[in-house]
Design a protein around this ligand. Structure first.
Ligand code: AP5
Ligand code: MG
Length: 195
C-alpha cells in the first residue's frame, strides 16, 4: 500500500492536489472536510454536532473525525493506498492514524506539506467563498480563525513526521500545474511499489 498525507493550512490546495494525485496514482482520497460536509448536508446527528465547530472555523472534536476515518478504512480494504487530506490535524489524530494503519500492517510513506503565504490563502478562500457556498469561506474573520486553529493545533503534527523522516515541504504558491509537478516528483518513486 501507499499512504500519503497532504498537509497544509486552509486554502493551501490540499483538495485540488489530492484530486490530481488520485487520478494519476490510483489512490483512495479521504478528506475529513468533505466527509463532514456530507454529514451536514444529509442532516445526520454527526453533521449536526460538527456544524457549529465548522461554522466558527474551529476543529471538530478528535473522537468524531477519528471515528469517521476508522469507518472509511474498514470499508475500503481493497484500496492500493490512501491519500489523507485535512487529516490528521492534531497530535491525537496522528497517533490514532498510526495505530489504525499499523492494524492494517501498513504505515504513512510520506507527508507532503504545501507551503503558501498567508495573504495568498486568504485571497484564495475569499475568492472561492463568492461561489462555493461553504459557510466557513464566508468572510475574512472565519478564514483567519481557521488559519489560527492551524497554527495552534495542526502545525505541530509536522514535527511527528519530521522525526520519522517522512516529511517533505513543497512550494504551493505557483500554479496548480507547477505544484502538481513538484508533488508527482516526490510520489513517483514511492508509487513503484504499488505499480
Ligand atoms: P477542510 O475541508 O479540510 O478545509 P481546510 O483545511 O480549511 O481547507 P480547504 O479545503 O478550504 O483548502 P484546501 O487546502 O483543500 O485547498 P483547495 O484545494 O480547496 O476542513 C473544513 C473544516 O472541517 C475545518 O475547519 C474543521 O472545522 C473541520 N475538519 C476537517 N477535517 C478535520 C479534522 N481532521 N479534525 C477536526 N476538524 C476537521 O484550494 C482552495 C482554493 O484555492 C480553491 O478555490 C482552489 O481552486 C484554489 N487553488 C488551489 N490551488 C491553487 C493555486 N495553485 N493557485 C491559485 N488558486 C488555487
Ligand atoms: Mg480541502
Amino acid at each position: 500500500m501507499l499512504n500519503l498525507i497532504l498537509f497544509g493550512p486552509p486554502g493551501s490546495g490540499k483538495g485540488t492536489q489530492s484530486k490530481l494525485i488520485i487520478d494519476r496514482f490510483g489512490l483512495h482520497h479521504i478528506s475529513t472536510g468533505d466527509l463532514l460536509r456530507g454529514e451536514i448536508s444529509e442532516g445526520t446527528q454527526l453533521g449536526k454536532e460538527a456544524k457549529a465547530f465548522i461554522n466558527k472555523g474551529e476543529l471538530v472534536p478528535d473522537k468524531v473525525v477519528i471515528g469517521m476515518i476508522k469507518g472509511v478504512l474498514e470499508k475500503n480494504t481493497q484500496a492500493k493506498g490512501f491519500i489523507f487530506d485535512g487529516f490528521p490535524r492534531t497530535k491525537a489524530q496522528a497517533a490514532a492514524l498510526d495505530k489504525l494503519l499499523k492494524e492494517k500492517e501498513t504505515e504513512i510513506a510520506l507527508v507532503l506539506a504545501l507551503k503558501v503565504p498567508e495573504k495568498e490563502l486568504v485571497k484564495r478562500l475569499l475568492l472561492r467563498g463568492k461561489t462555493s457556498g461553504r459557510t466557513d469561506d464566508a468572510n475574512e474573520e472565519i478564514i483567519k480563525a481557521r488559519i489560527q486553529e492551524y497554527h495552534d493545533k495542526t502545525e505541530i503534527v509536522a514535527q511527528h513526521y519530521k522525526e520519522l523522516d517522512k516529511f517533505a515541504a513543497v512550494k504551493g504558491d505557483g500554479t496548480i500545474e507547477e505544484t502538481s509537478a513538484l508533488l508527482s516528483e516526490l510520489i513517483t518513486p514511492l508509487a513503484k511499489e504499488i505499480a
